[in-house]
Design a binder for this molecule. Structure first.
Ligand SMILES: Cc1cc2nc3c(=O)[nH]c(=O)nc-3n(C[C@H](O)[C@H](O)[C@H](O)COP(=O)(O)OP(=O)(O)OC[C@H]3O[C@@H](n4cnc5c(N)ncnc54)[C@H](O)[C@@H]3O)c2cc1C
Length: 345
């Protein structure tokens, strides 16, 4: 049975190893328990934090003054190509299993930490794939109406590292996600240059999913982007900043300031700029340190707690220095990707 425990430190439940105590902490092992616990807390007016794998969270040193509901519901069901997975299943465990079965569509999302229920929140993506390409439905508990419903993909508002769930943060609790994963023994078309080069294929070609997974894991390890107790660079929340999307006008201004800056022109006329390039060219190289917090020595976008000796305040001081430096040099304001709990950038 679910038991509330007071004063649990949240740091061990986050990949950054940061965060003070929760007023109360409880683990939910089924969708029904999640609904029951979150619903009861809402009715009592108690703030709720839904906790997955803690890999996209920056929790304040002061902790969280409310109830943390840790999602631990398990179960995977199959119906043809459709795979319905409970929110508490480990994401990379699911990817490994689907790859082993020769199912295609999520192999390039190998090595991403966290749980299945979190993947729709920020439309998890990497190496040319995003979960929005394979999600066919999301079962949610709507805390505003108290209803459980199955949302089709078109109602999820998926965009780059974004979804309708982020727009109304905290309103929907994801109970299960259904993915369409065809069992055709080949990966999706390879859509990322660095991965294509590693696999020795042209963009758009397909390879056995296990090959794609192995290549992605190798590339990710080289960047400290696979959780590894022996790799201090992996003590992070992944990429700390998203790649900024500029309007055509903002891009023209940046072009005046910095002719020839690297850019991806988007179909809607906006321009995406690599945040890593902005950070490095604003004077923050890999390994840049501010006290006990450090930019990963392998990946400019990851802010890390390498010796597990930093506080959240230390990490945010570093992130603010980087954000402010980029703004001063380029006039572009970087936005954090991880969710802030009880604090802000
Ligand atoms: C080393 C490393 C590499 C990473 N690489 C990538 C990458 O390549 N691509 C990428 O997109 N991300 C990446 N991330 C970020 C992170 O892994 C993903 O965002 C992941 O989906 C977060 O899952 P989680 O279960 O840990 O969520 P948590 O950190 O526990 O929670 C994140 C947010 O989702 C909410 N949430 C959690 N579960 C639910 C639920 N069931 N219902 C509603 N809300 C919920 C939480 O309240 C919080 O707001 C990386 C992180 C690390 C540490």
């Amino acid at each position: 049975m679910t038991e509330r425990v007071a004063g649990v430190r949240l740091a061990p439940y986050t990949t950054l190893g940061l965060g003070g105590p929760a007023r109360a902490f409880v683990t939910a092992t089924s969708a029904e328990e999640i609904v029951e616990l979150v619903g009861a807390a809402d009715r009592a007016g108690e703030p709720v934090l839904v906790l997955g794998g803690g890999s996209n969270l920056v929790v304040a040193d002061e902790g969280f003054d409310g109830l943390v509901v840790r999602v631990a519901s398990r179960g995977i069901e199959f119906a043809g190509d459709r795979v319905t997975v409970q929110a508490g299943e480990d994401w990379d465990g699911l990817v490994a299993r689907m790859v082993a079965e020769g199912r295609s569509g999520i192999e390039c999302l190998s090595g991403i930490p966290g749980l299945v229920g979190s993947t729709p929140i920020q439309n998890v993506g990497a190496y040319g794939q995003e979960v929005s390409q394979t999600i066919t439905g999301v079962r949610v508990y709507d805390r505003k109406t108290g209803a459980v419903s199955d949302l089709p993909t078109r109602e999820c508002g998926f965009a780059y590292r974004h979804s309708a769930f982020k727009e109304e943060a905290g309103r929907h609790v994801v109970l299960a996600v259904t993915y369409g994963l065809a069992k055709d023994g080949m990966s999706g078309p390879v859509a990322y240059q660095e991965l294509a080069a590693r696999l020795g294929v042209a963009l758009g070609e397909r390879v056995p999913p296990a090959e794609a997974r192995a290549a992605v894991l190798e590339l990710r390890r080289g960047k400290g982007m696979v959780l590894d107790p022996d790799d201090p660079d992996s003590r992070s929340a992944g990429s700390f900043f998203t790649n900024p999307l500029l309007t055509a006008g903002e891009a023209a201004e940046l072009e005046l300031r910095t002719p020839g800056f690297p850019r991806w022109d988007m179909p809607d006329g906006s321009v995406k700029v690599p945040a890593a390039w902005l950070i490095e060219n604003a004077g923050f190289p890999k390994g840049y340190r501010r006290g006990p917090a450090r930019i990963s020595t392998k990946h400019t976008l990851a802010m890390t707690n390498p010796e597990m000796s930093a506080t959240t305040a230390d990490l945010l001081d570093l992130a603010r220095e980087v954000r402010d430096g980029v703004r001063e040099k380029f006039g572009v304001t970087l936005v954090n990707e991880p969710v802030m709990v009880g604090t802000h950038l």
